[in-house]
Design a protein around this ligand. Sequence first.
Ligand SMILES: [Zn+2]
Length: 422
Amino acid sequence: MRPILIKSVKMPGEDDPVDIRLHHGLIAEIAPEIHCSEAERIDGSGLTVMPPFAEAHIHLDTAFCADEMENQSGTLDEGIAIWQKLRPRLTESLVQEKAERVLGKMLTEGVQSFRVMVDVSGGQLTAMRALVQMREAGRELFDLQLIAFPQNGICSGDDGIRHMKEALEIGADGISAVPHLEETRKKGSDSIKQCFDLAVSEDATVHIFADETDESDSRFTEQVAKVAQRYGWENRTAVSHANAMEYASETDMVKLLEALISSGIHLVTCPTVNSVMNGRTRTSPKGRGIMRVKELMKANIPVACAHDDYRSPFYPLGTGSLLKSANLLVHLGQLTAKEELQKVMAMIGPVPRKLMGLSETSIAEGEHANLILLEGEAPEEWIGHAQAPRYVFRRGRILSYTPQVTSELKMTVPKTADIIEI
Ligand SMILES: [Zn+2]
């Protein structure tokens, strides 16, 4: 394989640019000036090199369903009702077609690790079968983790535990629960316990959807943290959404923070879908629809920021850009301090990688050459412009190239005026 030489690129936090040579899938050399006549040269000036992003919560089976049936109320309930009608129409090839489109777009946006939530309700496991094949076929390009997710619940009619067990048998990496969607709070609590029982007996990862509701007293996130700790499963447990904490009393919030700090489980916030879906039934003032990221950040609780739905019955938009999700999070969470912006960058890279149990990555000689080159030098530029990386590398090869977007001003901006007429 021909080496690649990236010239004059910035490393995060460093003043002087460096040259980086990639060879045989690895970062072969980093130095102020490298000469390599046989290498393909890449101009890195104005760009910063960093490890690729990681997506901790995405749906591929529901992608593009927004084109088939519109969610007019924008609520979670209508989204679920539409999905119940569309799910039986899935075929393995249709799921793979959707996945190819979403993953392909997200690869160009610099994402190379994905945790995918795969609905197993009804027990057909069509999407799971299709995605297990893609996980194996796509290892050269991405890391895929598949979570069997029981949209219809575990204790309220559908046999979610059996479906998840079968999903694990055909290759799922983990399982889930949706306690806030169960018929009663008691069933919600029971579903969490049953999920952990299965996870421990089958050695599976747990990723629970909890408190995706505007009910201020929904406290399943706290319960998950406590149960995970009791089972010794805290390093393999994550909770997505948890936006009910937005409305929690300060007393409840203190208890929740204590449980999260004590257990160390990861949280995942999904600012796009939750900011538009939650609060629909409330009059003003509405909550922001996301967990209290600023307080969680101050308490050093690990929170990942995810893209989540892609043109689904739950969310009609979707770009595949984690930088755009991060941009929205900065606004909703009021995370504009320099240190906060840096932490938001970690929420789409190192934090979700750790959540997924993937090894840490760094830009160093001998490391795998999985890299992205972003325009600009600081989080304000990366998150502010939210542009796709100019280059994405996977195992030392160019995976994607996005040309620089430039506009040309055809008139001059005036600075002075001879006569001011009012
Ligand atoms: Zn989701």
